[in-house]
Design a protein around this ligand. Structure first.
Ligand SMILES: *Cc1c(COP(=O)(O)O)cnc(C)c1O
Length: 376
């Protein structure tokens, strides 16, 4: 199979979906997929048999959700949130969404009557900023200082309640239940007084439910208690937890140069194809490799763009690398192809699914057109 490609293992994806389905069934919460983190729609026939719908950040994700996830299944939901909507998108979003989540009271007031006229069945929610978060990095902290995301208690107005079916918050990033408990405590303290007439509370994403060590039982318990205490429905909208450890990015060694150390140049790119390794930043696991110096042969793995910093990191191998060897970066399915770019004209990796029966199916290949179509 020609590298580079992202390979999603259907069996591993289904394992995650089953854990999320257990949370749905045992807690009574609805679980919807955050397309922002994982949007390989060839897997949606599988995902939609376990999840209640999708959460979309704006028109394009809402269109994908309605075309590829909901299709004609009335039981599936599209929730659309955006930090700010514009007039043109709002019309179409109102038609294809079941829930619209506004970020500010001003946006709610601006669009409430318009969207309800278009779609009287729409549920309306407001995103709250609970002003508490223990997100590991400031770039991923929606409750940081001067955050534009969500409405603070100070900016909340009781008069809004007559327009609202629910409230949303999203304050976590790759976190366990203790982080949710902390945010919930603050959210309840400030906003529980308003829950009485609401139908639901959406706990957002960032719950690392499918990661080893996540306390799923405790999450179920917290949701059950919350639903009972306030008589509301609860939504979770994980992205990363759906696509967590379900596949990899495969690449090939194109050249090896020596400049103080051995440097392997690959046919992929940290900048273009694994953007979070530079944005977070974090070090991706490489199959059969360890930290520099652990095994006998250490290499700096680098990308094939002209960006000097297009570097994945230093890794050691048991055997010397040679031209044509395959390098596999683990866990590269969430927040990768939804973010990747054609920077430097570099080819986008193909999308491959490893089916449960062992077949490897190339579901999409990319070429020059993807680069040219974005330019003029
Ligand atoms: C990003 C995002 C999610 C999904 O977050 P994960 O960390 O991928 O689970 C859910 N809701 C909102 C509002 C988001 O911005």
């Amino acid at each position: 199979m020609k590298t580079p490609y992202y390979l999603c293992e259907e069996e591993l994806l289904e394992k995650n979906l089953k854990i999320l389905d257990r949370v749905r069934k045992e807690s009574g919460a609805k679980v919807i997929l955050a397309l922002k983190g994982f949007a390989m729609y060839a897997t949606f026939p599988l995902a939609s048999s376990y999840l209640d719908g999708c959460t979309a950040s704006g028109l394009h994700e809402a269109l994908l959700a309605s075309q590829e996830f909901v299709k004609n299944d009335d039981a599936k939901e599209v929730h659309t949130y955006s930090p700010a909507f514009n007039d043109e998108d709002m019309m179409q979003i109102a038609e294809i969404s079941d829930h619209i989540v506004f970020n500010s009271p001003a946006q709610l007031k601006r669009y409430f009557n318009i969207v309800k006229d278009i779609n009287p069945d729409l549920h309306i929610s407001l995103r709250i900023n609970p002003e508490v978060s223990s997100a590991p990095k400031e770039i991923y902290n929606p409750c940081g200082i001067y955050s534009r995301l969500g409405t603070t208690l100070k900016n909340f107005d009781e008069k809004l309640l007559s327009s609202l079916d629910g409230l949303n918050f999203h304050a976590l990033c790759e976190q366990n239940v203790d982080a949710l408990e902390m945010v919930l405590a603050s959210f309840e303290k400030n906003f529980a007084q308003y829950f009485r007439d609401l139908k639901y509370i959406n706990f957002g994403g960032g719950h690392h439910i499918t990661k080893k060590g996540y306390d799923v039982d405790k999450l179920i318990k917290i949701i059950k208690e919350f639903r009972k205490k306030y008589d509301v429905e609860v939504y979770l909208e994980p992205g990363e937890a759906v696509g967590w450890e379900v596949g990899y990015l495969a690449s090939s060694v194109l050249d090896i140069v020596d400049n103080g150390m051995k440097i392997a140049i690959l046919d992929t790119s940290a900048e273009a194809h694994m953007p979070d390794t530079l944005a977070m930043p974090y070090r991706a696991e490489v199959r059969d490799a360890k930290e520099a110096g652990v095994y006998k042969y250490t290499y700096r793995l680098t990308g094939n763009t002209c960006l000097a910093g297009d570097v994945m990191g230093d890794y050691s191998f048991k055997k010397p690398l040679k031209i044509g060897d395959t390098i596999i970066f683990e866990d590269q399915i969430h927040y990768t192809f939804v973010k990747n770019t054609t920077f430097n004209g570099i080819k986008l990796p193909s999308l491959v699914i490893l089916r449960k029966n062992g077949d490897k199916e190339i579901i999409k290949e990319f070429g020059y057109e993807e680069y040219k179509n974005r330019l003029s």
